[in-house]
Design a protein around this ligand. Structure first.
Ligand code: C5P
Length: 221
């Protein structure tokens, strides 16, 4: 599943983030192409910005993305968008992968690492990177705690889950910033696999420029 329904207010512009231009194409195109070309992915549900369904389908058609099984408008929050997307995933799917369209560069090997972790018996697997800065909890303008950095990981997408486990976990109400948080809260076992700097999330204009530079470097431009 590719969640692309965010408004992207921090990016500015007159369109949802998934349609911000990256190397001449809507941002949505790059992650969609990479998921479509990933041999371990069978089908893709695209959760698109409301009122941008037709344009999203056009992006998929222009790419010749043959695995897109449905394109549905998302919800108010990321969690709601994932719930909406999950309803489109066939009941017999064994594994669901949830990826942010805001992370356009999906390096080879990440999906394999996630699926290997599920084969080891975990309910979920997420890519993560070590945290380099010291992390503190702040309430108002007062620091209340310094967190143990060695125990912290910065988590990315795609995230992979045993499908029935994710469905049950997302039956809970409320919002979380990633899917794994629902599975953890439901008592599921989630593990971390090696993440990748190239899985950066496009939030502001500088991230878009960084993603474009990484893409150009990959293409040898
Ligand atoms: O802004 P945020 O970090 O939550 O966005 C992460 C991903 O979730 C983005 O790819 C965005 O398009 C998606 N999202 C969504 N529906 C929302 C909010 C975010 O699909 N309502």
């Amino acid at each position: 599943m590719l969640v692309a329904a965010g408004r992207g207010e921090r990016l500015g512009g007159d369109r949802p983030k998934a349609f911000a231009p990256l190397a001449g194409l809507p941002l949505l195109a790059e992650p969609l192409r990479r998921l479509d070309e990933e041999p371990l992915v069978d089908a893709i549900v695209v959760v698109c910005p409301p009122e941008w369904e037709e344009q999203s389908i056009l992006v998929a058609e222009d790419l010749g993305a043959s695995k897109v099984s449905s394109c549905v408008p998302g919800g108010e929050s990321r969690s709601d968008s994932v719930r909406i997307g999950l309803a489109e995933v066939p009941e017999d799917a064994a594994v669901v992968l949830v990826h942010d369209a805001a992370r356009p560069l999906l390096p080879e090997g990440v999906v394999q690492r996630l699926l290997d972790a599920l084969l080891q018996g975990y309910d979920g697997a997420v890519p993560g990177l070590p945290v380099v800065d010291t992390m503190k909890r702040v309430v108002g303008d007062v620091v209340t705690e310094t967190l143990p950095r060695a125990e912290l990981v910065a988590v990315q997408t795609p995230q992979a889950f045993v499908a029935p486990v994710l469905r049950r976990a997302l039956g809970a109400t409320g919002e979380q910033t990633d899917c794994a948080a629902f599975v953890e809260a439901a008592g599921g076992r989630v593990t971390i696999v090696a993440g990748d700097e190239r899985l950066l999330k496009v939030t502001g204009p500088a991230d878009l420029a960084r993603a474009a530079a990484l893409l150009a470097a990959e293409r040898g431009e």
